[in-house]
Design a binder for this molecule. Structure first.
Ligand code: UDP
Ligand code: MG
Length: 332
């Protein structure tokens, strides 16, 4: 088994020497953390309890906390945990790079035969891990995924996310499951496949679908956060959804072209109509209002389609630059 920690694409601490991974079946528990000072101690306790429950499977664990540039005491708490518990490893980002980057760093760091990813706010119940592990241990499945209910979400947020799933399922060739989250237990083979997709614009929900494999789904009741607030505003969620659509469908470009062609055909018809009217009835000056409407409409459609093109171009530009997904300030 290979220790992936040396693969991390960060600057300063690359090349550090790590202890060899423990023997037996190793389970890596990965958690992205951003300003989670109040939740991490509780989260750590629940993780330890879940790992204890899995000892009967001969599992030993390593904990990987990725601090995504927190501005509170999160890094200190993580460092203190790793001082007292050898199983705890961490990477601290130089700034906030976003949850996707933190999840990627966690997967790259994990050295286990099985890798679980959980939010640090206890909205992903660690006590589900033993049954998820049972589904994977014999190799029948490569991933145990979870689907949460929408209990406790505001009506507006549930309606918007349902609309997003309908839209992305229409636009993309893959099936996105409403409520399926990032809380997963994955085999090493599955994680290696996830890591083999090197794109900058990472949309994990899409990546998990794209790589395939057999996934067993587990359902759980939505929980509220143990403490603190969600880091996702409507604006952030909207931009994230847009990223997802652009990353996993190019149909928006096709729609823009179809719109362009339709308008072109309509304008040819309008020209024919105007010429015929002139020949039959002369040329009375009228219709400035409709002219302005048409001009505004066409300008709007042009801006919209240019915007769609711009989105794809911007994403392509980001891919071409090949900047690292994150920079690590400190790791262990
Ligand atoms: N998170 C992160 N970077 C961010 C935002 C969030 O690492 O920029 C982490 C956060 O600490 C938590 C998980 O991602 O462990 C989910 O975030 P949050 O609870 O805010 O999202 P929600 O559950 O509301 O979707
Ligand atoms: Mg949460």
């Amino acid at each position: 088994m290979q220790n992936n920690r040396s693969k991390l694409r960060s600057g300063e601490t690359a090349g550090a020497v790590y202890p060899p991974p423990p023997s037996g079946v190793v389970l890596s528990l990965v958690a992205p953390c951003y300003n989670e000072q109040d939740t991490i101690p509780l989260f750590y306790e629940e993780l330890c309890a879940a790992v204890k429950a899995m000892e009967r499977f001969g599992v030993s664990a390593e904990f990987i906390f990725i601090d995504d540039g927190s501005t509170d005491e999160t890094p200190k708490i993580i460092e203190a945990l790793s001082e007292k518990d050898d199983r705890v490893h961490y990477a601290i980002f130089s700034r906030n790079f976003g949850k996707e980057a933190a999840m990627l760093a966690g997967l790259q760091t994990a050295s286990g035969d099985f890798i679980a990813m959980l939010d640090a706010d206890l909205q992903h119940p660690p006590d589900l891990l033993p049954s998820m592990f049972e589904a994977l241990k014999d190799g029948e499945y490569d991933c145990a995924g979870t689907i949460r209910t929408r209990k406790g979400d505001s009506k507006l947020r549930s309606a918007l996310s349902r609309a997003f799933y309908r839209l992305i399922n229409k636009l993309s060739d893959m099936e996105f499951i409403d409520g399926a989250g990032d809380f997963r237990l994955m085999s090493r083979q599955y994680v290696d496949a996830v890591l083999s997709l090197s794109e900058r614009n990472r949309f994990s929900k899409g990546i998990f679908q794209w790589i395939g494999f057999r996934t067993k789904w587990f359902h759980y009741e939505n929980r509220s956060r143990a403490a603190g607030d969600t880091k996702w505003s409507f604006r952030k969620l909207f931009l994230y959804s847009l990223d997802g659509v652009v990353a996993f469908s190019s149909k928006l470009l096709a729609i823009a072209s179809i719109l362009g062609i339709t308008l072109f055909v309509l304008s040819i018809c309008a020209v024919i109509f105007i010429v015929v009217r002139k020949l039959m009835f002369g040329d009375p000056v009228q219709g400035w209002a409709s002219t302005v409407c048409i001009v505004l409409f066409c300008a709007g459609v042009q801006l919209l389609t240019t915007g769609v093109l711009g989105e794809y171009l911007a994403k392509t530009y980001n891919e071409v630059k090949r900047r690292p997904h994150f920079v690590i300030r400190k790791q262990k």
